[in-house]
Ligand binder design. Structure first.
Ligand code: ADP
Ligand code: GLC
Length: 488
C-alpha cells in the first residue's frame, strides 16, 4: 500500500471549533476534503477557551513542548467534531484561555500579546515539522495559513533539522502581523533573521506574513485572479515586490464550499428544503425570513441581502450610499454583520427609519446566515478586493443570484447575466467593474429588471445551483502541489 501523504494544517481558526470568517470555513472543509482523498491531514490550532470547551480531550495525547516564563506550552490531541480526524491543540493558559475572540477582546481591541500568541503557534508548527519532533507522527508538508502561522516557514528555514516542505496560503494579504522588531528576542528567532533584508524584517518592523512569503517553499492564494492582483501595487499591500520575485512559486487555487453544510436540500435551519426543481418552495423561506426580521410580508417584493464583516474591504459603504434610492424603488433589504461602528450605525439607522422595509441584525448568527441565503432574492457583495469570498458561492448554491464586483474570487466564480435583451446563457449573477456606488446601483437595477422577468430569473437561479462549488477539484489541486513539492 502506498504511504499516505502527511500534512500538518496550521491555522488560527477552523469551523466548527472557532470562526470569525472564511478562513475558518476553509480550514474546516479543506482538511476534511483532503482526508477524503486518503491523505493523513491533521489540524494545529491554539487552545482558545471556546476550542477546549468543544473538544473531547480525555485520554488525549499531552506533551510538554516548550517552557516559557508563563508555564509550559503543551500539545493536546483531540478529534475534529463531526469528522474524527486528529486536531492538535497548542495549550497555554496565559496565552489562550480568555473570553473574547481569537484576535481581539470583547471591546474590539487587538490582544496586546498577539505576536507571542501566534509566534507560539508558528513555533509549535515548526517543532512538529522538524526531524527532532517529539511526536511519532511527522508531516511531509506543513501547510500554513495567513500571518498567524507565517513565522513557521522562517523557523524551519533557520532550523538545524527541518523535515517538512512548506506551503503558505494567503487568505487576505491586508492582514500581515506587523510588530515591533524588538520582539525578535522573545520569539525564538536568530538575530540574523532581522539583520538581513531578506529575512523577516519589513520597514524596520517584524512581519509574520512577509516571513512566510519569503521562506515557504510554495505560496498559494485562494483564487487565480487574486494571485495576479497581489503582484500589483494596488492590491499588493507593500508585498508586491516579493510576490513578483516569487511569482514562479505563487499559485491561485479557488476555494470550494462545504456542500454538506451549505445544501438547500438538507439544510436543517430552513423552514422548507428545496432543489432547483422545487424553487417555488423558496417562497416559504422568504415568508419566514420576512416574519423573523419584521419585514412586511410581500412574496413578490424583491428582497436584497448582505451577510458580511463590516470592513472597508467589503465595500458596504458604497451600498449604504445607495440605500435611499433602493428603498425608493420599493425593494426590501436585510443586513447581517458587524464590525466598523460607523457602518453599523448607518445600517441601524436605516432599519430604525424604515421599519418593515429595512432590517439590520448587528452581530454574528450562523443560523440566520443560512436562513437569509435561502430567503433573500439576491445577495450583495460589492467588495473592493476579495481574495476568494464564500458567500457568493453559498448564494449560488441556494439559488440566490449574487451581485458582485469584478475582483479576486468574485470574478472567478460569478458569470455576469449581461442585458435582458442579450442574456448570457450560463449567467449566474451580476458583475460590475468599478468600486463606486453608481456602478453598484446600475448592477442592482439590472438585477431588478431580470427579477421582473421570471423565466430569465429562474434560469440564472438554476445555472448557479447547477455549478460544482465542492472542494473536489481544488483539493485535488492541493494534492498535486504537495506531491510536486515532495519531488522537487
Ligand atoms: P471573509 O472571510 O473575508 O469575511 P468570506 O466570504 O470568505 O469573507 O467568508 C465569510 C464567512 O463568514 C461566511 O461563512 C459567512 O457566512 C460568515 N459570516 C460573516 N459575517 C457573518 C455574520 N455576521 N453572521 C454569520 N455569519 C457570518
Ligand atoms: C479571507 C478573505 C476571503 C476568503 C477567505 C477564505 O477572509 O477575505 O475572500 O474567502 O479568507 O479563504
Amino acid at each position: 500500500m502506498a504511504k499516505k501523504l502527511k500534512v500538518l494544517f496550521a491555522t488560527s481558526e477552523t469551523h466548527p471549533l472557532i470562526k470569525t470568517g472564511g478562513l475558518a470555513d476553509v480550514s474546516g472543509a479543506l482538511p476534511a476534503a483532503l482526508n477524503g482523498l486518503d491523505l493523513d491531514v491533521r489540524i494545529l490550532i491554539p487552545g482558545y477557551t471556546r476550542v477546549l470547551e468543544q473538544m473531547e480531550l480525555e485520554n488525549a495525547l499531552k506533551v510538554d513542548l516548550l517552557y516559557t516564563p508563563g508555564g509550559a506550552v503543551r500539545l493536546l490531541e483531540g478529534k475534529m467534531p463531526g469528522q474524527g480526524f486528529p486536531v492538535y491543540v497548542v495549550d497555554h493558559a496565559g496565552l489562550y484561555h480568555r473570553d473574547g475572540g481569537p484576535y481581539q477582546g470583547a471591546a474590539g481591541h487587538e490582544w496586546a500579546d498577539n505576536a507571542l500568541r501566534f509566534g507560539t503557534l508558528s513555533y509549535v508548527a515548526n517543532l512538529l515539522s522538524e526531524q527532532a519532533s517529539p511526536l511519532d507522527w511527522q508531516p511531509d508538508i506543513l501547510h500554513c495559513n495567513d500571518w498567524q502561522t507565517g513565522l513557521a516557514p522562517a523557523y524551519l528555514h533557520y532550523s538545524a533539522t527541518p523535515r517538512a516542505r512548506t506551503v503558505i496560503t494567503i487568505h487576505n494579504l491586508a492582514y500581515q502581523g506587523v510588530f515591533d522588531i524588538k520582539l525578535v528576542d522573545s520569539l525564538w528567532l536568530p538575530p540574523e533573521a532581522v539583520r538581513e533584508i531578506e529575512g523577516v524584517e519589513f520597514h524596520d518592523q517584524l512581519s509574520f506574513l512577509k516571513a512566510g512569503l519569503r521562506f515557504a517553499d510554495s505560496i498559494t492564494t485562494v483564487s487565480p485572479t487574486y494571485a495576479r492582483e497581489i503582484q500589483d501595487p494596488f492590491f499588493g499591500c507593500g508585498l508586491e515586490g516579493l510576490l513578483q520575485h516569487r511569482f514562479d512559486r505563487l499559485e491561485g487555487i479557488l476555494n470550494g464550499i462545504d456542500t454538506a453544510d451549505w445544501d438547500p436540500r438538507a439544510d436543517a435551519h430552513l423552514v422548507k428544503n428545496y432543489t432547483a426543481r422545487t424553487l417555488s418552495n423558496g417562497v416559504e423561506n422568504k415568508r419566514a425570513l420576512q416574519q423573523e426580521l419584521g419585514l412586511a410580508q410581500h412574496p413578490d417584493v424583491m428582497l436584497l441581502g448582505v451577510i458580511s464583516r463590516l470592513a472597508d474591504q467589503k465595500g458596504l459603504d458604497l451600498f449604504a450610499d445607495i440605500v435611499p434610492e433602493l428603498l425608493n424603488d420599493g425593494v426590501q433589504i436585510c443586513l447581517l454583520g458587524s464590525g466598523d461602528p460607523v457602518l453599523e450605525g448607518r445600517f441601524s439607522e436605516f432599519a430604525h427609519k424604515h421599519l418593515g422595509q429595512f432590517a439590520t441584525y448587528i452581530g454574528y448568527n450562523e443560523r440566520l446566515a443560512h436562513r437569509m441565503e435561502a430567503g433573500i432574492d439576491a445577495f450583495i457583495m460589492p467588495s473592493r478586493y476579495e481574495p476568494c469570498g464564500l458567500n457568493q458561492m453559498y448564494s449560488m448554491a441556494y439559488g440566490t443570484p449574487p451581485i458582485v464586483r469584478h475582483t479576486g474570487g468574485l470574478a472567478d466564480s460569478v458569470v455576469d447575466a449581461g442585458s435582458l435583451e442579450n442574456m448570457q446563457s450560463d449567467a449566474t449573477g451580476f458583475v460590475f467593474e468599478h468600486a463606486d456606488a453608481g456602478a453598484l446601483l446600475h448592477a442592482i437595477r439590472r438585477a431588478q429588471a431580470f427579477y421582473a422577468d421570471l423565466d430569465k430569473w429562474h434560469k440564472i437561479q438554476r445555472n448557479g445551483m447547477a455549478c460544482d462549488f465542492s472542494w473536489n477539484a481544488s483539493a485535488a489541486h492541493y494534492v498535486e502541489l504537495y506531491e510536486e513539492l515532495l519531488r522537487s
